[in-house]
Structure formats: C-alpha cells, structure tokens
Design a protein around this ligand. Structure first.
Ligand code: MN
Length: 273
C-alpha cells in the first residue's frame, strides 16, 4: 500500500521483478462492469463490484451506457471479461411479453447494450459473470425468459427480497453437482443474500441451471460448454469480505479472464515472430 493512503480494499494485482530490464509490462485482466442509469443522466455502480474485482487481482473498468455497435464491438475486443451488474427490471417485450402490473422501472437502453455485449462476449468465448439482474439479462440475451414479478406470477414460499443488511446470507441454495459453480465452490449447498423480485424462468438454449433455492426458484445458470459464462441471482460482491464462497467466485472469474488473455498474448507473440 502506498504511504499515506488508506485503501478500503485489499488490492492484489500481480507484480514481477523485471531484473533490471525496462519495458516489462505485467498484463492484468481488464474486467468491464456494466452500470445503472439513475435520473436519466447519472451512471452509477456500487463500489462493491470494483472492490471485489481489485481484491481478486483484476483491473475493473466501468462500461458507460452506449448502444453504438462499434463502441460495443471495441469494448468486447479490448476487455478480458464482463460483469453484468445488478439493477432495475428488464423490458418484457424482449421476450415477447406484455408488461405485468408488478414490473418495476426499466431502462431499455441498458437492456439493449447489455444484450449486445453478452452476445459478443459469448461469441468470442470470453468470460461473463452475471449478478442478480445480470443473471436475468444473460439468460434473456441468449434466448431465455423470466418472471417479471415472482410473487405475482409464481408462489414463493421463501423471502427473496430480504430485509437484512446486504452482506447477510438469508437463504440457502442447492448447487447441482457437475456444474461449473459446483467445481468452483466444491459444495452442494451454500447460503446467499437475496434482493430480487424477478428471476429466470425458461433457461436459454446453451445454458443450464446450476443452483436453485428450496422453493425451486432458479438461483444460478451457466453455459453447458463449461466455459465461464455464469449468472447468479444473489449479490456475491456484497459478501466478499465475509464469505469465502463469494470471494472464490470473483477469484475464479478473474482467473478465467486471465487465462484467456495469456492465450491471446501468446498467439499474438507467435504471429509476430
Ligand atoms: Mn433468492
């Protein structure tokens, strides 16, 4: 830590001894994080996301709202991984439904941009990590659908909008054996926080369920390919200082982004030589 600066988060960026050589650059996975739009002008993101990425050894970048194809293409080329952050509701017309009375505020521009980003990242085989709303938009982007309002459209027996601090793990989820999520956490059941009134319904082609709550609500989905395309319905970024599992999720995500980056650099190196 630099003198005189009190950082809130433990940053763990890789370093290398350059043994007197100059020009040695240590590549760090560049992780794009989508943001929310408030009051039509303000782009916002809870620092829990960027802190969790820093702690896991990645370099976080906030992706501003923009639906321009070329901008989205450049972001997907230059970033090593994508985090779809939490936020408001999702436009149901994206999965051919009329708005339910229980639907909350939507930002169509954000939906459009995130869908385009997901499709590009998945096409390029780059890691994607969807959190809460991000889990749902990941599913919608790949052709699945969702409940617009869980309580009204489907009887839930447990509370999914917890009235407890954000870091508090309020309900359990059962993790499917053989899933990527299971291989990361090594557990078939964990406790998570819960702040959602929407959830994945029909899982997109190419994706599968990796965790459910005890009332059968989909709590995590992932790619059938085994590559790191994972969505979780809870908020692990709020739990990285209290939960080992939450920390592991970010570490494995950043690791997956790094692996792909080194592979690319090796290929570029070979092409040059
Ligand atoms: Mn839940």
């Amino acid at each position: 830590m630099r003198k005189g600066k009190q950082l809130r988060v433990t940053v763990s960026l890789p370093t290398v001894s350059n043994q007197g050589k100059t020009g040695v650059i240590v590549l760090v996975p560049l992780i794009g994080i989508t943001v929310s739009l408030e009051d039509e002008r303000k782009l916002t993101l809870s620092r829990d996301y960027s802190d969790s990425v820093l702690k896991a050894g990645g370099l976080p970048v906030m992706i501003p709202l923009c639906t321009d194809d070329e901008v989205i293409k450049r972001f997907s080329e230059q970033l090593d991984g994508l985090i779809l952050s939490g936020g408001g509701d999702i436009d149901p017309t994206l999965f051919e439904e009329e708005p339910h009375p229980g639907l909350g505020e939507i930002v169509p521009e954000r939906d459009e941009m995130e869908i385009a980003l997901v499709r590009r990242f998945v096409d390029m085989n780059k890691p994607v990590f969807g959190i809460c709303r991000g889990c749902q938009i990941l599913n919608v982007a790949l052709g699945g659908d969702m409940y617009q309002d869980l309580q009204a459209q489907r009887a839930c027996v447990i509370q999914h909008s917890q009235r407890a601090p954000r870091s508090h793990a309020s309900h359990s989820v059962q993790i499917h054996e053989g899933s990527l999520l299971h291989s990361i956490l090594g557990k078939t059941s964990i406790k998570v926080n819960s702040f959602h009134h929407q959830a994945v319904r029909m899982v997109a082609p190419g994706m599968k369920i990796s965790a459910k709550s005890s009332d059968e609500v989909v709590e995590a989905i992932e790619s059938v390919s085994g590559s790191f395309v994972l969505g979780v319905q809870w908020h692990p970024e709020c739990m990285t200082s209290s939960s080992e599992e939450a920390e592991k999720l970010f570490e494995e995500f950043v690791k997956a982004c790094g692996k792909r980056k080194w592979r690319n650099e090796e290929q570029t190196g070979k092409e040059k030589s």
